[in-house]
Design a protein around this ligand. Structure first.
Ligand SMILES: Cc1cc2nc3c(=O)[nH]c(=O)nc-3n(C[C@H](O)[C@H](O)[C@H](O)COP(=O)(O)OP(=O)(O)OC[C@H]3O[C@@H](n4cnc5c(N)ncnc54)[C@H](O)[C@@H]3O)c2cc1C
Length: 485
């Protein structure tokens, strides 16, 4: 694999980015691709490690050493075919995946891991540019009909796999556009929406039927689903977590998803019916230190915030791997995103106690305390507030990026689908207690990642195909039922 010994002589090279001062003036992607020769060299760094842990690090089981080798040899089309055999949408994961494959790369034990994610992006972009990604409609139809509810990465992957098996697939989406969180959650500067449209175009030509503005169980009677032989629920985990403390109803406190959705709509000049949430000239505080919080920071800076501050209730993670998460485990490690680099004051071990308003109910400040976590064996970690550590922070806009508590229950209630102990849709091999109803993605596993959503969509499709045809030739990673997160 790769060039023998190249991992010793060639260093990892990452994509560079446009300067912060330039990129915060727009909402386009801002990475600068490497030259082809540089990418080939990165492929060459993949060493013959014997057991490629990256295979199992990747939820899709991507055949990473093989495509690295093809890239090194310049066999781009072959690499694209191999990559697409396990991943329906490498253009999403190649941009947005936190790359568990790289965290388990053997070279990463004592060196920088192979730049797998960027190699993946280069393979798929080259494939689109050269016209190698063409619609592949099935040669025969089975006569079976399937409804997929939700067009996020799980729904799209399930739909493409089931269509490949010859079934007639209709995808229902309640938003006006397809893509789930890829469309209205993740900002355009991380994923330009034309990238989604380009892939949808292929899916449409393959024969998948898409229906937008259809909220199943709300403006579309659930009885209509009786037309379908099987149903795959991929509605995501969209119930947002709030912060039920004094002053939460103040003007100026918003959910991160409302803020992010509005900005993407504005980029595409779509109608925004509610009052626009603007960070311009405001002191913004983003509560929550995850991906969503990071996206709010990048968006606030682009909107022209006066200052951006970020709170996280957990301790600051170590800069490198900690002893608790040795290789090849997913490391608990400090993540500095490109949005963080664009400017924000990051604070850890901070808990928000109260929102402060003026006489008209407008947010003017918030009050915090410093906290620590007490860990005792066999007990849940206890949050301890530090006495006398109260602090007032002036702010005019607060964005709540506190994650999601689970899926909405409209569909489970109307279809009679059971939930698990965490409130996610319960399934065995992606099949719910209602035999013809299946589920995948965040709706089944709780808030997760794009790569897991694609993986779950593929596995669920195989389960549906087996259920309908008593056999399935669809490719699968073969892990069976992956436990919920
Ligand atoms: C702001 C933000 C940033 C993120 N960034 C990253 C990242 O950088 N990398 C990463 O890997 N992951 C990221 N994630 C997580 C990732 O986006 C999700 O894990 C993934 O999109 C889940 O896919 P899904 O298909 O299960 O659900 P979703 O993407 O949530 O799609 C579900 C779809 O179902 C639709 N729907 C729900 N109910 C109905 C109904 N009754 N009728 C019709 N349609 C319905 C919804 O409108 C939605 O479009 C991010 C999440 C957020 C919120």
């Amino acid at each position: 694999m790769g060039k023998t010994g190249a991992f010793k002589s060639i260093s990892r090279q990452n994509e560079t980015t446009h300067a912060v001062s330039e990129r915060i003036t727009h909402y386009k992607e801002f990475t600068i691709p490497l030259e082809e020769s540089a990418i080939k060299k990165q492929g060459a760094r993949c060493m013959e490690c014997g057991i490629p842990f990256c295979h199992s690090g990747c939820p899709l089981g991507n055949l990473i050493p093989d495509f690295n080798d093809m890239v090194y040899k310049g066999e781009w089309q072959k690499a694209s075919e191999l990559l697409h055999s396990t991943n329906n949408f490498p253009e999403f994961t190649g941009r947005l995946c936190p790359a568990p494959c790289e965290k388990s790369c053997v070279l990463g034990i004592n060196n920088d891991p192979v730049a797998i994610e960027n190699i993946e992006k280069n393979i798929v972009e080259r494939a689109f540019a050269n016209g190698w990604i063409q619609p592949k409609p099935p040669t025969q139809r089975t006569g079976k009909t399937i409804a997929v509810i939700g067009s996020g990465p799980a729904g799209l992957a399930a739909a493409q796999q089931l269509n490949r098996a010859g079934h007639t697939v209709t995808v229902f989406e309640r938003d006006d556009e397809l893509g789930g969180l890829l469309r209205y959650g993740i900002p355009n500067f991380k994923l330009e929406k034309e990238i989604i449209d380009r892939r949808i175009e292929v899916l449409v030509k393959e024969g998948i039927i898409f229906k937008t503005n259809v909220n199943v169980g709300v403006n579309y009677d659930i009885q209509n689903l009786s037309y379908f032989d099987a149903i795959v629920l991929c509605g995501g985990a969209t119930k947002r977590r709030s912060l039920p403390i004094k002053g939460i109803d103040a003007q100026g406190i918003h959910q991160a998803m409302d803020f992010l959705t509005q900005q993407t709509k504005k980029v595409f000049q779509k109608e925004i019916t509610e009052e626009f949430i603007s960070a311009k000239d405001k002191n913004v505080i983003v509560i929550g230190g995850g991906d969503t919080g990071s996206d709010c920071i990048g968006t606030s800076n682009r909107q022209g915030a006066k200052s951006v501050t970020n709170f996280e209730i957990m301790p600051k993670p170590p800069v490198g791997r900690s002893v608790q998460t040795p290789w090849p485990y997913w490391p608990l490690q400090l993540k500095t995103s490109t949005s963080h680099e664009e400017g924000c004051d990051r604070n850890w071990l901070i808990s928000t106690k109260e929102f402060i308003t003026d006489n008209e109910g407008k947010l003017t400040a918030l009050k915090t305390v410093e906290v620590s976590w007490e860990i005792q064996p066999n007990k849940r970690p206890q949050l301890i507030e530090k006495e006398g550590s109260e602090k007032i922070w002036a702010c005019e806009l607060v964005l709540l990026a506190l994650g999601f508590t689970g899926p909405e229950t409209t569909l489970s209630e109307q279809l009679g689908v059971n939930l698990d102990a965490r409130g996610n849709y319960k399934a065995t091999k992606y099949q719910t207690n209602v035999p013809h109803v299946f589920t995948a993605g965040d709706m089944r596993r709780g808030q997760s990642l794009i790569v897991w959503a694609i993986s779950e969509g593929r596995e669920a499709a195989k389960s549906v195909d087996n259920y309908l045809m008593h056999n399935s030739y669809l490719q699968s990673k073969g892990k069976g039922d992956i436990p919920a997160a």
